[in-house]
Ligand binder design. Structure first.
Ligand SMILES: *Cc1c(COP(=O)(O)O)cnc(C)c1O
Length: 221
């Protein structure tokens, strides 16, 4: 595995405006530093403890993306530094992020997770629930969060048409919301696509992909 080479090869195959988040979960600091030294700055983690430890020991100019399911009681550990929280799917979580952001005198950018996969296990809000959430007075009052866009995960399937249909659904909701004027919403980011499906995601309009194994190799848990 040559991490720098993998990064270059992916970067050169995607449009310049697509942000590549290197998903470094389960990977050691040395692997992250290899990517860092190759000029990469955006990394994604899905465990609070790992993210906190890596934040402490790695260069301060890394943009840390939290891409996993975030538990409310753990927001406090990353609120001072997290760059973008990808998978917000409840008012309760949004309120907690807002509260912790306020304590650190900052605004935290978040993405709302829209459930596009048919699999039961995937987190995320239905379109209806997502619209209800962002239009609610309680949500609008959250001044220390900014909804920067949407995030979604397609079904884990070989059926490329199904994946494309699911990504199209996320992009359509993103487009719909771009025309809305809400105090803490500014839709810029569509985070969709992983190692196995990022080409399809980019075709469907993704501008942020989260790629792990194609950069760092397979994960051994
Ligand atoms: C692990 C993970 C990824 C990256 O997966 P790969 O298939 O290794 O690219 C992307 N997004 C989320 C939410 C993940 O948990």
């Amino acid at each position: 595995m040559n991490i720098a080479e993998n990064l270059t090869s992916i970067q050169s195959s995607i449009p310049e405006e697509v942000c590549l988040v290197a998903v470094s979960k389960t990977k050691p600091n040395e692997a992250i530093l290899e990517a860092y030294q190759a000029g990469h700055r955006d990394f994604g983690e899905n465990k609070i403890q790992d993210l906190s430890a890596k934040y402490e020991s790695l260069p301060q100019d890394i943009n840390w993306h939290f891409i996993g399911h975030l538990q409310t009681n753990k927001v406090k550990y990353i609120a001072s530094f997290v760059h973008l929280v990808h998978a917000v799917d409840s008012l309760k979580l949004a309120k907690e992020i807002n509260k912790r952001a306020q304590q650190h005198n900052r605004t935290i950018s978040i993405l709302l997770q829209h459930k596009i996969a048919t699999e039961e296990s995937k987190f995320g809000l239905s379109k209806e629930d997502l619209l209800t959430l962002i239009h609610s007075d309680e949500f609008k009052a959250l001044e220390n969060i900014k909804v920067a866009g949407l995030m979604g995960m397609a079904t884990n399937t070989e059926d490329r048409n199904q994946i494309r249909t699911e990504f199209d659904r996320l992009k359509a909701l993103f487009d719909e919301l771009q025309n809305e004027s809400l105090p803490n919403v500014k839709m810029n980011i569509v985070s969709m696509g992983m190692s196995g499906d990022y080409e399809i995601a980019i075709e469907a309009g993704s501008n942020m992909i989260r790629v792990g194994s194609s950069i760092f190799g397979a994960r051994n848990y």
